[in-house]
Design a protein around this ligand. Structure first.
Ligand SMILES: [Zn+2]
Length: 275
């Protein structure tokens, strides 16, 4: 067995043993709306190592609580004809095994071609947040009456706004990190969580100048602490200390709304573009 194959199978076994989910990396599974290309074994082995490192930021107990049944790796993932870097398909009844099996739910798709990128890291934690939400003790599921009140009064999520034009006008609005976070309450929360996990120092810096973002960061900490004790201040201090730095900074900043991008990074970007 080649060393790549050995590494691939070792990672499959380790992840499965720790987290009890199935990993689908070598076959194309039919889904009515999701399509993707099957990654090579080298790509899958590299991605599984990347995934293992990201999951290790949490306790095994916490990941097991999310009851993820399946992680599917793909390249060039599309939902209908839109390219996406990931997608979480969680059942409305995540704790009911028969319904999960019937609807093939609690599945997370991840883009193997985003291995070791900032976008790939953000995506893993973003999808994990959708899994967290599926287990929160609220009914109706995913409905959070408090969150929208933390936004500036005039703001409407894209899903709730009547025209694209009014949505475009809101890109300058305070309280958001990315344009994707302006789509719905769910995406806003998943985006904020993933950026807090990957680059907490930068989120704190932005929140120090933006009271809406500050309130949402506080609320996110409360939600997580209520969900699982491990999300305490020491978890966040650790995330702060391990925030992105160095070369990854430019690609991180590109994920943010234009108005939030660091001035210094913008300079570097324009030099790169002209060079
Ligand atoms: Zn999402």
């Amino acid at each position: 067995m080649t060393s790549t194959t050995q590494k691939y199978f070792n990672l499959l076994c380790e992840l499965r043993r720790s987290y009890k989910f199935e990993i689908v990396a070598e076959e194309s599974q039919y889904d009515p709306v999701i399509s993707y290309e099957v990654p090579s074994r080298e790509e899958s082995a590299a991605f599984l190592e990347f995934l293992q490192n990201e999951l290790a930021l949490y306790s095994t107990r916490f990941i097991n609580r999310l009851q993820i049944d399946k992680i599917i790796l793909g390249n060039k993932i599309h939902r209908v004809d839109q390219p996406i870097v990931g997608c979480a398909s969680m059942s409305l009844f995540p704790d009911s095994l028969p319904l999960r099996v019937l609807f093939r739910k609690n599945t997370i798709y991840l883009a193997a071609d985003q291995c070791n990128t900032v976008d790939g890291r953000i995506c893993i934690h973003h999808e994990l947040f959708h899994a967290i939400e599926a287990h929160e003790e609220r009914w109706p599921k995913y409905f959070d009456p408090i969150w929208p009140n933390l936004n500036p009064r005039a703001f409407r999520y894209k899903e709730d706004s009547l025209s694209n034009e009014s949505y475009e006008n809101q890109l300058d609005c305070d309280g958001f990190l990315s344009s994707y976070s302006m789509r719905t309450v769910r995406e806003d929360k998943a985006e904020l969580f993933s950026h807090m996990v990957v680059n907490f120092a930068r989120v704190e810096e932005l929140a120090s100048k933006d009271k809406f973002l500050r309130a949402k960061t506080q609320r996110m900490k409360q939600i997580l602490k209520a969900f699982n004790e491990e999300f305490d201040e020491s978890f966040w201090r650790k995330r702060e200390q391990n925030s992105l730095n160095g070369t990854a900074k430019i690609s991180y900043e590109q994920l943010l709304l234009r108005k939030l991008q660091d001035a210094l990074v913008n300079e570097e970007l324009s030099t790169q573009e002209s060079g």
